[in-house]
Structure formats: structure tokens, C-alpha cells
Design a protein around this ligand. Structure first.
Ligand code: MG
Length: 208
């Protein structure tokens, strides 16, 4: 069963390699945005690209699922707030996002289209030795498009949790997605996209 979060806190440009390919600057603080919880789908469900929309891209990310509510969380306590982790594919309507960025507007709709949030079955965080050193990979039709390691994040997981909780209460059940490494590319109807993280699992979705 897929989680039902109050919010999906999303972190942008958290891997140096992805900054370059999207012509973004290294952020001095974490870049935070949201995806609408209504975009979530599970393993095996279809990613539906709206008619006429071009340049929809995949982004493999580690998702954190919070097991308790907290505010002003200290970095040293951050991991104790996370109960589960999952693989997330932060599907993005890149042309819409780029247009919004260019005009200085929020890019919420580019991230929140229905079905643009595939998530794997969550696993308890205690099953993983070190969530800050996991290998991630994304394939399209069996061909590798993205590889990375969570050790390469610009801002570490404790830093992200602490930073966000300075501004807003992180509630039990909330999800945080932590950014994507390089290799984002367009997906089109007929493609089969598989995002995976070693020790966490995978989420596979056909594009229609
Ligand atoms: Mg992303």
C-alpha cells in the first residue's frame, strides 16, 4: 500500500552533477519545494503524460518517510525521526519547470501532475546500515540513464531534515525526497522506467 503523506517535501539540486546539466547554481541553503500528495503512484502503475506535453523527465531519488512529528530538529537527532525509506521517481515536466524558472515563478505544476510521483514499497530504515551511502540507478527500457550514490549529496540527510524543520513542522507520515544525481532525460509513451536503490528496492512504471 502506498503512503498517504500530508506533504511531500522536495529538495532540488542536491547533487553537483545535476546542477551542471540543468544550468543551476550551487545553492547556499537547501532548495525546497513541494509535490502534491495526489501525484503518488505505486510500483506497476502507469505514468500518464498529459496530451501535448513534451520533455517529461525522470529523477531517481531516495525518499525519507517520517515516523514521528518534529520541529526544530537537531542534526544529531534527525535520523531518529525517519522510520522508513523508499525509492522515488520525481517525474518532472521539464519545459514547464524551465519556463517557470525563467519567469521567476513557482514550478509547482511541473512537479505535481497526477501520476508524476512513483514510489516503491517503503522499508524500515533500521534494515539499512547507512542511508547516506547507497547506490542508486535508473533505467529506461533496460538501459542505464542515471547512477549515483547518496554519499554525493550537497546537503546531507540530517542537514536537510534540520533545515526544513526550522521553518515547518515535519509531521508523521510526511515524505522528503532528497534530490537526483546526473543523467535526467526525457521519457515518452511506451517506455518502461525502473528506479532502484540498493538495499531499498525499486519502482517500475510504464509510460503512457
Ligand atoms: Mg527531484
Amino acid at each position: 500500500m502506498r503512503p498517504r503523506p500530508g506533504k511531500i517535501i522536495s529538495i532540488g539540486w542536491n547533487y553537483r552533477s545535476h546542477l551542471t546539466e540543468t544550468e543551476a547554481q550551487l545553492p547556499s541553503e537547501p532548495v525546497v519545494f513541494f509535490k502534491a500528495p495526489s501525484c503518488l503512484i505505486g510500483d506497476g502503475e502507469e505514468i500518464r503524460i498529459p496530451k501535448g506535453m513534451a520533455n517529461v523527465q525522470h529523477e531517481v531519488e531516495l525518499a525519507l518517510i517520517f515516523g514521528k512529528t518534529g520541529k526544530d530538529i537537531h542534526e544529531s537527532e534527525a535520523l531518529s525521526y525517519i522510520s522508513k525509506v523508499a525509492v522515488f521517481n520525481d517525474i518532472t515536466a521539464r519545459d514547464l519547470q524551465d519556463q517557470a524558472r525563467k519567469e521567476g515563478n513557482p514550478w509547482a505544476v511541473s512537479k505535481s501532475i497526477d501520476t508524476f510521483g512513483p514510489i516503491s514499497k517503503p522499508v524500515p530504515i533500521r534494515k539499512l546500515e547507512n542511508i547516506q551511502d547507497l547506490r542508486m540507478e535508473l533505467t529506461v527500457n533496460g538501459k542505464v540513464r542515471q547512477t549515483g550514490r547518496t554519499s554525493l549529496m550537497v546537503f546531507t540527510i540530517p542537514k536537510l531534515v534540520s533545515y526544513v524543520s526550522k521553518f515547518m513542522t515535519i509531521e508523521k507520515g510526511d515524505i522528503m525526497i532528497t534530490g537526483t544525481p546526473e543523467g535526467v532525460s526525457e521519457i515518452v509513451p511506451g517506455d518502461v522506467v525502473c528506479a532502484k536503490i540498493d538495499g531499498v528496492g525499486s519502482v517500475t512504471n510504464r509510460v503512457v
